[in-house]
Design a protein around this ligand. Structure first.
Ligand code: GLU
Length: 476
């Protein structure tokens, strides 16, 4: 990518983007999948690298197995990372818990330079302070008591074994401006920025310290993340200044919303990628739908490939208005991908989805009858199960008076869908009944359901023997 550097020189740089998920949830959150997609596409567009770093320093929220599931979901989506804890790379380790000694060193360095300070306030004191601020309707912030200690005093206390944290020394005056590629400049008053804890008493860094050090050491050029991190960014900018490093380019993506505009939540939409996988969504449809969350293809089309997106993508054209994640629209899009997919490929996906339960060749034969009617891989089972096994129950009850005329009509029929149709119509006429009703009885008797794939073609495929066997077994 060609850019202008701080000294107004034109330079080329290798774009490096990342996601830095914390293993604190079940799996990859849909919002993180969205962020991953944009980071991936942006990196690819400029022939750069997309990497994954695991930010696992919050041990209280750590969830066992979460990291592994995050990688499984990224792999399923085929949002491929070039470096990460599972793959290694030139900046390993990529898991923050394996980099602990590093953070402490950098934090102490900031203390020596006066950009950070030791703080000995007890949790009780901080709690009282918070309550008082709450009572006065003030935002919760550290009041700076330990900032007034001299470095010698502080070091003496540490020698006597006092427990401490290291805090960021935010200037009391002035402002800090974040330049965001999507939102422009956002200016924060320093007096409203908290003296953030950088290093906790257990020696672990907080997110703020870890993220800045690692983004710098891993040569991340563009930090593209959710807008919930905007208020943290001035703290990060101060850290870059204090360390004497150039900060990356920032872009904060809008947070995805439910159709009623509330924040994406479990109650209204499944939030974990694995749930969509289990529902039979296709990874390419998921990516296509996510792409549309805050971005539009220049010519307005809905359906495009990842390659087309990479070609047309422009970060500055991301919208800041809250994008709506609507499961119904995703279903529609998934259906479109299914319709357009090559049948051999689709049969393979269905075969894999059901772990080989339905034979591939039979799926392939049935597909022309159901392809237009399913929106997820899982729906294949709803609509096509009757081809493989007799329905366990019928949507409405059929008596032998309903069934006998059907057997009578079909018993010696030549087994083509045209002939089946002719026979049933003739029977309906004979009985003075509506053909529609007789067809419906036949459908329910064979498939168990009132809706499904084209009946006559389905019967032709199922075969005469099996059709008659099912009819007879109902009477019995
Ligand atoms: N660890 C943060 C998270 O859980 C990373 C935020 C960022 O991208 O800076 O999302």
């Amino acid at each position: 990518m060609i850019v202008r550097n701080n000294h107004d020189r034109i330079i080329t740089m290798t774009v490096r983007t990342r996601i830095a998920p914390s293993p604190t949830g079940n799996d990859l959150h849909i919002g993180n999948a969205y962020t991953a997609l944009i980071n991936y596409v942006f990196a690819k567009k400029y022939h750069g690298s997309f990497i994954v770093r695991i930010e696992d320093t919050d041990r209280t929220r750590f969830v066992e197995g979460s990291e592994q599931r995050i990688f499984e979901s990224l792999g399923w989506l085929r949002i491929e990372h070039a470096e990460g804890p599972d793959k290694g790379g030139p900046y390993a380790p990529y898991r923050q818990s394996e980099r602990l000694s590093l953070y402490k060193r950098y934090a102490e360095d900031l203390v020596e330079k006066g950009f950070a300070y030791y703080c000995f306030c007890t949790p009780q004191r901080l709690e009282e302070m918070r309550k008082e601020q709450e009572a006065r309707h003030q935002p919760p912030m550290y009041d700076g008591r330990c900032k007034r200690l001299t470095l010698e005093e502080a070091k003496q206390r540490i020698q006597t074994g006092a427990s401490y944290v290291i805090r960021l020394n935010v200037p009391d005056e002035g402002t800090t401006t974040v330049h965001d590629e999507i939102r422009g400049n956002i200016t924060f008053e320093n007096k409203r920025i908290d003296d953030q804890v950088l290093l906790k008493s257990d020696g672990y860094p907080t997110y703020h310290l870890g993220v800045v050090i690692d983004d710098h050491l891993m040569n991340i050029t563009h930090v593209i993340r959710g807008e919930e991190w905007i208020s943290s960014t001035p703290k990060h900018i101060l850290l870059y200044q204090y360390f004497g490093w150039t900060s990356p380019v920032y872009a904060h993506l809008p947070v995805l919303r439910n159709p009623d505009k509330s924040k994406l939540s479990k109650r209204k939409n499944p939030v974990w990628v694995s749930l969509y996988r289990a529902e039979g969504f296709l990874p390419e449809a998921m990516k296509n739908y996510l792409a549309l969350m805050a971005w539009a293809y220049p010519d307005g089309r809905d359906i495009f490939s990842l390659e087309e997106m990479i070609e047309a993508f422009d970060l500055s054209r991301i919208q800041t208005t809250a994008p709506i994640f609507d499961r119904e629209k995703l279903l529609w899009m998934n259906g479109q991908y299914i319709k357009r997919m090559d049948s051999n490929e689709l049969a393979k996906r269905i075969y894999d989805f059901f772990h080989g339960y339905y034979p591939y060749n039979q799926i392939l034969i049935i597909l022309p009858l159901v392809k237009e009617r399913i929106r997820t891989l899982k729906e294949f089972e709803n609509i096509a199960q009757f081809f493989f096994e007799e329905p366990k129950w019928l949507e409405y009850t059929l008596t032998s008076d309903d069934i006998k005329p059907l057997i009578d009509a079909l018993e010696d029929a030549q087994w083509t869908h045209k002939e089946i149709e002719r026979r049933i119509r003739r029977k309906a006429e004979e009985l003075g009944k509506k053909a529609k009703d007789i067809f419906m009885n036949l459908r329910v008797a064979i498939t168990g359901k009132t809706v499904g794939p084209p009946l006559l073609e389905s019967l032709e495929l199922l075969g005469k023997e099996e059709t008659l066997r099912r009819l007879t077994s109902i009477i019995k």
